[in-house]
Design a binder for this molecule. Structure first.
Ligand code: PLP
Length: 424
């Protein structure tokens, strides 16, 4: 049967960049085709962390009624009170923030938190006005791009590019271009940024906070890779929050993506709104991630694990991948790697690449290497802007086994060299 689709249906039922990415990831992880999967945001299986999850599951099973409670009970839509209390104590102690459990709302992964927040704040209003989310540093997370249930609602500012050394660069917020008008309803950044691994400096965050406060709109910071957990941040920055901001966290990148657990830290009002959306859309959240993590948060052990296990594991992997890049890319073609300040990716810019990165993606896929073409991360650009940079970058995840990453980098070098050579 062929049904006619609503605007919601058209936006959400007919595929998306993030959908293709997750399909590729699922196929590759299911052992699909011997793929070298450097595409998705799959965290690594860090042996120490896998051991922690196993131990926690054993404890839950051993505890009288522990398993039955976890599997057999619906949770409150805002999340378990014990989990949220543990979070409040941790954030109070660690950062001195004035929070109670009511400043936390659990969601079905960070992705769902964004779907709720963006659609509640932006889109068409009852009086006909149309409001938008401002992304102050483009490229930005592909997973936001298709979340509007109505008309598209992003307005993005292209990042300023600062080249560093022979083969490095860093994005900076272009504050000269950032002047949110009345139609902007929130400012949103991921920090560390997916895809580039950029971490906005404390100075940039303060300026964004100031602009948001002045306009009376929230600053949303997507902390999926940030502090205090999983803390995949390789530069020194201070986490900030107040009631005018909305911070999101996730249990995915510390190693529990399968539990689908996201956390919103916001004013009590915003948390109640998120909880309302959870009950309407899905009744309740999953209990498993909250139950595995609760004692680790209550004892502060999650901070030690993030700082001493997770962060060094990824920092080492990032350095190793960068070494392979200089080894295999050499001086064969122009390339710049974004400064790796956090998250799970390297973001590589092939300046002047004669083919689009969508084409490069296809050629690499034929050679069993999956990356993400950069085009997907440049959404919300003002009409009429043709920015060549959008077709010259790729995102490469470095979390997979070393042999796979090295082989993939060697193949990327061959394909990029070929593309430049044909042009010459
Ligand atoms: C920047 C960013 N935000 C949010 C998410 C959503 O993660 P999850 O829904 O697994 O919490 C991701 C996942 O890759 C991400 O990279």
């Amino acid at each position: 049967m062929k049904w006619e689709l609503s605007t919601f249906g058209k936006n959400l039922c007919e595929g998306s960049g993030i959908g293709e990415l997750m399909d590729d990831l699922g196929e590759a992880l299911a052992g699909g085709e011997n793929m070298r999967m450097l595409g998705g945001g799959q965290p690594a299986h860090v042996p120490e962390m896998d051991a922690v999850w196993r131990k926690r599951m054993e404890e839950i099973v051993a505890e009288e009624g522990g398993l039955e409670k976890m599997l057999g009970n619906y949770d409150a839509p805002a999340g378990s009170e014990a989990f949220r209390c543990a979070l409040a104590s941790l954030f109070k102690k660690e950062f001195g923030w004035d929070v109670t459990y009511e400043n936390f709302a659990v969601t079905m992964g960070g992705q769902t938190a964004f779907f709720f927040l963006f659609n509640a704040l932006a889109g068409r209003f009852p009086d006909g006005r149309r409001k938008k989310i401002l992304l102050p540093l483009l490229p930005e997370y592909i997973g936001y791009a298709n979340q509007a249930v109505g008309e598209d609602f992003f307005e993005a500012i292209p990042a300023k590019i600062e080249k560093q050394g022979d083969h490095g660069f860093k994005y900076r917020v272009d504050f000269d271009a950032l002047d949110p008008g009345d139609e902007i309803t929130a400012i949103c950044v991921s920090r560390p940024t997916n895809p580039s691994g950029n971490v906005l400096t404390d100075g940039e965050i303060e300026r964004l906070r100031g602009i948001a406060r002045e306009r009376g709109i929230p600053l949303i910071i997507d902390n999926a890779y940030g502090a205090p957990f999983p803390n995949i941040i390789f530069s020194e920055v201070a986490p900030v929050w107040d009631e005018d901001m909305i911070l999101t966290l996730s249990l995915s990148k510390i190693g529990l993506p399968g539990t689908r657990t996201g956390i919103v830290v916001a004013s009590k009002e915003v948390c109640r709104a998120v909880s309302s959306m959870t009950s309407i859309v899905g009744l309740a959240n999953g209990n498993v991630g909250q139950e595995i993590m609760r004692p680790l948060i209550a004892s502060g052990e999650v901070l030690r694990l993030s700082q001493e296990v997770v962060k060094p594991f990824y920092e080492e992997k990032s350095k190793q991948a960068q070494e392979w890049i200089s080894q295999y890319f050499g001086e064969k073609f122009p390339y710049f790697v974004h400064r790796s300040e956090g998250a799970l990716f390297l973001w590589i810019w092939f300046e002047g690449l004669p083919i689009t990165t969508k084409e490069l993606y296809q050629r690499l896929k034929e050679r069993c290497v999956l990356i993400v073409p950069g085009e997907y991360f440049f959404f919300g650009l003002p009409e009429g802007i043709d920015w060549g940079h959008t077709r010259e970058c790729i995102r490469m995840t470095y979390t997979m086994p070393p042999k796979m990453v090295e082989e993939a980098i060697e193949i990327i070098a061959e394909e990029v060299e070929k593309a430049f050579r044909v042009q010459a």
